[in-house]
Ligand binder design. Structure first.
Ligand code: ADP
Length: 519
């Protein structure tokens, strides 16, 4: 595949802007600085070693030569015939010895330097030791880069050590000894080694750094890829990185967020589907009833019955829509509770009295147990609805008849250092089997599907079992209200024996003194 110029440019730009490249570059840059400092240190140390070695050698040899020269001067009362005395000096290879007078004139020189270079060195010593340094006793070492003989291609760095020659406490001249500073070229070699090694190391660091950054960042690629694959309709994809590092933690957080999103979406979808389903049923029933009533001429009795069915379905729909609206507001966080000081027992009694006619109609004995004073803080309307839903269910799911009862009672308890008010609504009705209990507070969850709102059943007058209308939203609303008041609701039930719902709410601080000891 041939890539166009533009796409190459784009690829290169992307590469240069990538985190991997920048990380590698920074890595190499830091390493370069470290290596530069290290190289400078090594170079300085080697140079210092060389200098010390040469200086030590020069000083040692100089003291021997000085003795000879001083002796000679004393003998001859001057410098003459010194040049001829060269045989007395055994010079090392490349070593140079210069004897210069106080005015810088070279009295004699031995060794590797040409007379003109010797003159140059002597002049340098004169310059260095006059003026500012005139009274300086230290015999200073110095290095000069010089071309030893005319025609020499390369110059050489020499180190010199000048020594004062005195006679009768008076300086009469200088004896200057010199040796090549780095005859084996250790320093240039070191520079070459350091720069070659440094370049190679930097190159390796750049490639290695890029590889490491690439490896470290592959989870980011995985996260990006997964994020691209996720659409609103399919939230099932997960990164599943399973590493214990920071990126693993990020991916885990991302996965958990997706879990929550998926649950929320699924719930939303389920909610919409259930809500439409629940609404469709009564609409179908109304449709069937009106269709049947209008199909032919009916008796007054039949019209009345049709209207009753429509009225009851309408009532069901109104209630359902009300509950749906409430749930929607709850989900959107728009429900505002208006807390006020209340007495839970008073509320329970009030609601129980309201349901008394229904209980009588269903032939169920609605009784109250202990109802001590229980001050709580809560929203009156919502709490009435919560208690109402529970009592309504208890009556609704009792077959009715002699011996059937529903009991409402309240009390106080201590829950993990928190004074709590409790309210129980019990019945000896149909009960609920254990497998349903965990789902009871789910939205739209109804236990007996055979008894669900079925248009076919409502059509027939002779349906063997009476339908219990309901949407499956009542208990989820109860739970939400209890939780919004900082409390909870639990259920215990045995099929055929009965059911008990218990709501626990925090007691108002003023009510702490009213626990009964047996709780
Ligand atoms: P519904 O509108 O169907 O009553 P709820 O959320 O109030 O919805 O109740 C959910 C299901 O719990 C009901 O369908 C019913 O089967 C069961 N249930 C609730 N209360 C009782 C009770 N006191 N006795 C037996 N079953 C109950």
């Amino acid at each position: 595949m041939k890539l166009s110029h533009a796409s190459w440019v784009e690829r290169l730009t992307n590469f240069l802007h990538s985190v991997r490249f920048r990380m590698a570059l920074w890595f190499a840059l830091v390493l370069a600085v470290v290596m530069l400092v290290f190289s400078a240190f090594v170079y300085y140390r080697t140079w210092q070693d060389l200098r010390n070695e040469t200086a030590a050698r020069l000083t040692l040899r100089l003291s021997d030569y000085r003795t000879v020269v001083m002796h000679n001067y004393r003998e001859n009362r001057g410098w003459w015939r010194m040049q001829g005395a060269s045989a007395t000096f055994v010079l090392e290879d490349e070593e140079a010895l210069i004897l210069s007078e106080m005015d810088g004139t070279v009295a004699a020189s031995w060794g590797s330097l040409s007379p003109s270079v010797a003159k140059q060195v002597s002049a340098h010593v004169l310059q260095q030791t006059s003026g500012l340094y005139a009274n300086w006793n230290n015999e200073r070492l110095f290095t000069i880069y010089l071309i030893r003989e005319a025609g020499d291609e390369h110059g050489m760095r020499y180190m010199f050590n000048p020594a004062r020659i005195t006679f009768d406490n008076r300086q009469v001249g200088w004896l200057i000894i010199g040796q090549p500073f780095d005859p084996e070229g250790r320093l240039p070699q070191l520079v070459l080694t350091l720069s070659l090694g440094g370049t190679f190391t930097l190159l390796l660091a750049l490639i290695g750094g890029y590889w490491l950054a690439d490896r470290a960042l592959w989870p980011v690629k995985a996260i990006t890829r997964t994020a691209q694959e996720i659409s609103v309709t399919d939230l099932s994809r997960r990164i599943n990185l399973n590493t214990r590092d920071e990126l693993g933690e990020l991916a885990g957080t991302f996965d958990r967020m997706l879990d929550r999103l998926q649950t929320a979406f699924d719930r939303q979808r389920q909610f919409t589907a259930d809500a439409s389903h629940e609404l469709r049923t009564p609409l179908t029933i109304i449709e069937l009833e009106t269709g049947r009533a209008l199909a032919a001429k009916r008796s007054v009795e039949e019209y009345r019955r049709a209207l009753e069915v429509i009225q009851s379905e309408n009532a069901f729909m109104s209630r359902l829509v009300g509950e749906l609206l409430m749930l929607a507001r709850m989900d959107a966080g728009q429900t505002v509770l208006k807390p006020e000081p209340l007495d839970l027992s008073d509320l329970a009694l009030e609601v129980a009295e309201r349901f008394a006619p229904l209980a009588v109609q269903k032939n169920v004995r609605l009784q109250t147990g202990d109802l001590p004073e229980l001050p709580i803080q809560g929203d009156r309307q919502h709490l009435i609805q919560m208690i109402g839903n529970l009592i309504d269910n208890a009556i609704k799911y009792s077959p009715g008849g002699s011996g059937q009862w529903v009991c409402v009672e309240t009390g106080a308890a201590q829950d993990a250092n928190q004074p709590t008010a409790w309210m129980r609504v019990s019945d000896n009705g149909v009960g609920i089997s254990a497998e349903h209990l965990p789902h009871l507070f789910d939205r739209f969850y109804r236990v007996d599907t055979a008894r669900s709102h079925n248009p076919e059943e409502s059509r027939t007058d002779d349906s063997h079992e009476e339908e219990i209308p309901g949407s499956g939203l009542g208990l989820s609303i109860v739970q939400w209200i209890a939780q919004m008041h900082g409390g909870s609701v639990t259920v215990t039930s045995e099929p055929g024996k009965g059911t008990t719902f218990e709501v626990r709410l925090p007691l108002h601080p003023n009510g702490t003194q009213i626990f009964s000891d047996n709780e």
